[in-house]
Design a protein. Structure first.
Lengths: 273, 349
């Protein structure tokens, strides 16, 4: 690192700082991810309540709506859980914008931006840490689902693929959320802003009920809704049935959302001031 | 020195110039946060920007630390342009912003190690440097506690330590002692003085003349994005109202005008009186023996003194004589200043 040399009135960096390395993108991301994960370890109550809430919701949905909602011969939990996994990661992604807005308002982003670190690392580290959180939540929900009667019907490989698709979907939405957080810059606004786009996406979808009962205009939206196609894909992977169509649609959405959000978020980060 | 100068001339940038700015401008809507700043800070010296909130101090620091792009003009740190060569600049600077930027959920040690790793010092060197800094900032005992439990002064020290992890040759401190109690302020001043002894170039902003006086070789007084006056502390004090001020309050406010008349000749034309509060102040150029004269004149004139004191000139005094208006101007200006402060802190791009 740059050290100073005394004498003859000159202060010259003794060693030139290391030139930019591509691997910094990875190492810096891991440092930031570590920092964000520590937050969860340090705030156990945050971890506990952010875990209790989805478990409670899953139980409520299953036992409150389960009897009333016809789900075509299946037990409702069979229909509900795959969609629920998608729901969890979408709601969970709103935390990313809140966290980043908090970092911004506390000056952490300024500190990071004044360091010679890889530019996307602050965002990538955050999204990586949040994705690990979803992975944990998705596995937990599958566990709770198993206790109340859910069973994968399509073999272990497809079951793993189903869980991975849900996590991947969350990863894409986390980047969208990161962009929102960097744009609104304020913790409270970030909290509210999340729900504006999450609620329509989540509820106007096939997540909780089949879309056939919705009015035509809503069906039109629900059919192309990325949450619908992903819930359908996760459901097909879990239970069997037509996999290819919802899967490629879902992957197309994930790819599109990820690329656009990532580019927008990194651009925001570079220019934010 | 002589050889270096040759090189410097050929490259157009003096190597012994730590910080330079030419015609630096930044505009937020109608507000000119920086309105053409020219500055040259030699290596190994301390430069202070003195000015009220909204003068443009933070905006300047943010541009020099690559957080913000200027609208016009050019700035560089150790010869590296802050826009074109931002990555190089970041390896050479340390920044401690207006508010401590430390992670509350991490311990003091974890905060510093994180910054070390992000400077790419590597694990062992980050840990070694962290231990060193914790020790010299008196934070070793608290190093395993979460920052959430730290006092304001401790956070400041940790924040400053974080800016020093990579031993940067140029350090930017934005109002480093704002909101600190006098003892913590003294402690921080000592830390900064030691850094300067080791050869670090320090650029700091402050609202306190005393702070600039104590730390800086050169002071620039900033208002509305412009440098009004620049020079040594001694020079500024001489140009802007004497070393020490006499400040007094007459017991009966209605006698303010009378008192001002009695003392008029002592004030060397720089006497200020505020009839609403009964306050009178003026600089003394000579010794404090003038105090006796003040008391004698007022006594003879039948004016009772409510309060009489000597005080160091403040930013207010320097400011008043440079701009003709006090630091806290009209409410409209204050709003603008606030907007500018926000702009400097976290808006626009």
């Amino acid at each position: 690192m740059a050290k100073v040399e005394k004498g003859d009135n000159m202060i010259v960096p003794k060693t030139v700082a290391p030139a930019y390395k591509l691997t910094w993108n990875i190492t810096d991301t891991l440092v930031i991810a570590w920092r964000n994960i520590l937050r969860f370890v340090r705030l156990p109550q945050l971890l506990i309540f952010s875990t209790i809430q989805p478990v409670m919701l899953l139980l409520l949905f299953n036992y409150v709506f389960g009897g009333a909602i016809s789900s075509g011969g299946f037990k409702y939990i069979q229909y509900l859980l795959p969609g629920f996994l998608v729901q969890i990661v979408v709601f969970g992604s709103s935390q990313t914008s809140v966290g980043l807005a908090e970092d911004l308002s506390r000056g952490m982003i300024d500190r990071f931006r004044s360091l010679p670190m890889a530019r996307p690392a602050v965002l990538a580290g955050r999204t990586l840490a949040d994705t690990l959180r979803y992975t944990f939540l998705v596995l937990l929900m599958i566990g709770v689902g198993y206790i109340i009667g859910f069973r994968f019907q399509n073999g272990a490989a497809f079951a793993i693929a189903a869980a991975m698709l849900a996590v991947l979907f969350g990863f894409a939405f986390t980047w969208l959320s990161a962009f929102i957080g960097m744009s609104v810059k304020d913790v409270e606004t970030a909290q509210v802003a999340g729900f504006v786009w999450i609620f329509p996406l989540v509820f106007a979808s096939s997540m909780f009920v089949p879309i056939a009962t919705m009015p035509g205009w809503l069906q039109a939206f629900a059919k192309i809704n990325p949450v619908t196609v992903t819930a359908d894909a996760v459901r097909a992977l879990s239970l069997g049935g037509q996999i290819a169509t919802p899967l490629w649609k879902s992957m197309a959405w994930i790819g599109g959302i990820l690329i656009v959000s990532l580019l927008l978020a990194v651009r925001r980060y570079r220019r934010i001031a | 020195m002589a050889e270096r100068t040759g090189t410097a001339e050929s490259t157009g940038i003096a190597e012994d110039t730590a910080i330079s700015a030419h015609g630096l401008r930044k505009v937020y809507g109608k507000i000119r946060a920086l309105d053409g700043i020219d500055l040259m800070v030699p290596s190994g010296t301390v430069m202070a920007f003195l000015g009220p909130n909204g003068a443009g101090k933070t905006t300047f620091v943010r541009i020099l630390t690559t957080l913000l792009s200027p609208d016009a003009g050019q700035a560089s740190v150790l010869g590296h342009d802050v826009v074109r060569d931002a990555q190089a600049v970041r390896t050479l600077i340390g920044l401690a912003g207006q508010y401590p930027a430390v992670d509350e959920n991490l311990t003091g040690r974890e905060n510093l190690e994180m910054v070390g790793r992000l400077y790419h010092l590597g694990g062992p060197e980050s840990r070694r440097r962290t231990g060193e800094l914790l020790e010299s900032f008196g934070l070793t005992d608290a190093s395993k506690r979460r920052v959430k439990t730290y006092s304001g002064g401790m956070r400041r020290r940790l924040d400053l330590a974080a800016s020093l992890v990579a031993k940067p040759p140029v350090l930017f401190l934005d109002e480093p002692t704002a909101g600190l109690d006098p003892r913590s302020r003294l402690g921080l001043w000592e830390v900064i003085e030691n850094l300067v002894k080791e050869g670090t170039t320090v650029f700091l902003t402050t609202q306190y003349l005393e702070e600039a006086d104590r730390l800086a070789n050169n002071i620039a007084v900033l208002d509305n994005g412009r440098i009004l006056e620049q020079g040594t502390a001694q020079y500024l004090k001489e140009c802007c109202g004497g070393d020490v001020l006499i400040q007094l309050r007459v017991a009966d406010r209605t006698q303010t005008v009378l008192a001002a008349e009695l003392l008029g000749t002592l004030g060397d034309g720089k006497l200020r009186s505020v009839p609403e509060t009964g306050e009178i102040s003026f600089p003394i150029i000579g010794g404090t023996s003038i105090l006796a004269e003040v008391v004698r004149r007022l006594d003879t004139g039948g004016v009772t003194i409510g309060d009489l004191q000597l005080r160091q000139p403040t930013l207010d005094d320097v400011f008043l004589s440079l701009t003709g208006h006090p630091v806290e101007a009209s409410p409209e200006d204050a709003t603008q200043a606030k907007a500018r402060g926000r702009g400097g802190k976290g808006r626009k791009g």
